[in-house]
Design a protein around this ligand. Sequence first.
Ligand code: BTN
Length: 237
Amino acid sequence: MRLPDGYRLVNLPRVDSTNAEALRRAAEGAPHGTVVLAAEQTAGRGRRGRSWLPAPGNLYMTVLVRPPAGHAAAQLSFVAAVALGEAMDRETDFRFKWPNDLLAGGRKIAGILIEADGEAAAVGIGVNAARTPDGVSDTAADLGGRIDAATLCARICSTFDRWYRRWLDEGFGPVRDAWLSRATGLGEVVSVRSARGTVSGRFDRLTANGAMVLVDASGIETEIAAGEVFFGRRACC
Ligand code: BTN
């Protein structure tokens, strides 16, 4: 597999979680650009303490990064999303869903989980490259094996490296613009369920840190840094 200069691959048949493995290696001094790729995950981790369900042939990978001090981890998840989107663009018509899901046909086809430990961050990416895992068929989509996991991993490393450098050189602006150009729900009324409750409003923009800004009918703005988005006014069904 051809990777960008400075990247190196740790290719495993099986691991608990590629994020966990990357963070273990980070603690032992693994450098920026270490890529953990696994054919199988036995304890894949999702956002908000959820599990990431496996299916044979899907992509599980983590890029270990060591951003210079002062670079917000919240922005990094958008860097990863934009890079993932660029790598997937030839395979499917996707949209971004805040904060960093990829949807195809309105269903989730890929997810990103950033976990930081000290100055190292594990950028974990899961893509349903082969099939939708059992148990999520109502809400998830897949690429049906149109591209194999290793090829997609190499492509993601190359788009990620480019967007990561651009972020360091030019800041968050270009990343945010690229994300907004394919965002789902922008300008529409959405509901976001967070630790502070559920807030509804028109999805107006992203802040400099990637928080979502909702505007309600009276023009009052609410910034939301973390939560689960639902389209329309109802928080759930
Ligand atoms: C989400 O909940 O949407 C995020 C899912 C992230 C899953 C990937 S699979 C590779 C990496 N290792 C993990 O344990 N999780 C991420």
